[in-house]
Design a protein around this ligand. Sequence first.
Ligand SMILES: C[S@@+](CC[C@H](N)C(=O)[O-])C[C@H]1O[C@@H](n2cnc3c(N)ncnc32)[C@H](O)[C@@H]1O
Length: 377
Amino acid sequence: MHEVLLTSLELITTLYLLCFIFVRQQEKAMLEIKPFLEKALRETYTNQLPRTMVVADLGCSSGPNTLRFVSEVIDAIARHCKKLTQRNDHVQLQFFLNDLPGNDFNSLFRLFEQFRKLKAKNHMGEALPPYYICGLPGSYYTRLFPCQSVHLFHSLFCLHWRSQAPQGMEGTGKTPQDERDIYITKTSSPSVVKLFQEQFRKDFSLFLKLRYEELVVDGQMVLTFIGKKNEDVLGGDSNHHLYGLLAQSLQSLVEKGLVQKEKLESFYVPVYSPSVHEVEEVVKQSGLFDINHLQFFETNWDPYDDDLESDVLHDSVQSGENVAKCLRAVMESLVASHFGDTILDMLFAEYAGRVAKHLTEDKIKHAIIVVSLKKVF
Ligand SMILES: C[S@@+](CC[C@H](N)C(=O)[O-])C[C@H]1O[C@@H](n2cnc3c(N)ncnc32)[C@H](O)[C@@H]1O
């Protein structure tokens, strides 16, 4: 098993060098969720013994993490077939890689060409289950598949994104501080907090209903996203600090006359990081899934800082830049479409400085929620 993991890691590392994408946070999470993924695959396969196993990665992006996922699934199914003394070609794997239509699917398909060659080479002629890959553009807040056609859904670092920013902020009695915020902060008014929470409940309930319809009987999902460690809505959320610092950076550009005040006042980030309890509540209320597993783990904000024990930073300036690069990768297009792209370099340089200062005072961590669900009969 260890050997196969190493093979997988080597393979993905080689592909990393080919595509230079900043994905270390997700890479670390993938190692944490591997046991749950493997268990979900084994159970679904054993219960259904499908000739074609359909697996979907929702919010795949165009970097190597989706390749890591595909590689893990192929290896896990190959190992499981061996245990069941089945030939590997007894099952064929059909992968659907989903993201929004603006995703760079072409880059992903090019990476897959290299992936195929490296995978075959690394397994040195050993037969793997035949696998087929397609891109699937569309929002996972809509139906993506025919009824009862998917065996396993996976999603990594996506489901904290809402379908839209909360609507109806006007007339909620927003305070002047709310006007400058772009996400929930310590001083947010209860009405603003409620709108973010309602958006989460609405989106997550819809997501569960859609996937329920698309999963086969016994189908499973392994979902990993940024959450919060405790129930404190006004302070217990690392996104609260992450986006609070971005709001402060935008405010400093307002003060320099580079961003219009009204533009900042109408900008909200379409995210919400739920607690484990909030996730559990929506799943239970839906009545559509049994919870196999629900937990959280932590990672440092700086994806290159693996030291979870110590509160000491080795290089705050470098950590600030690393965090700013990560956030820029996910926020750039949203910020550019609202404020224009001329502010990007300045904004994220300002942001890196603020993050560096914040981390020296509080080496904050992301709380990552992993939930493994099984469709109820
Ligand atoms: C931080 S990236 C994670 C990418 C990849 N799963 C990984 O771990 O490297 C989040 C991805 O979710 C996608 N996404 C966000 N909302 C989505 C939606 N409603 N439907 C499909 N994809 C979505 C984004 O386009 C983006 O590629």
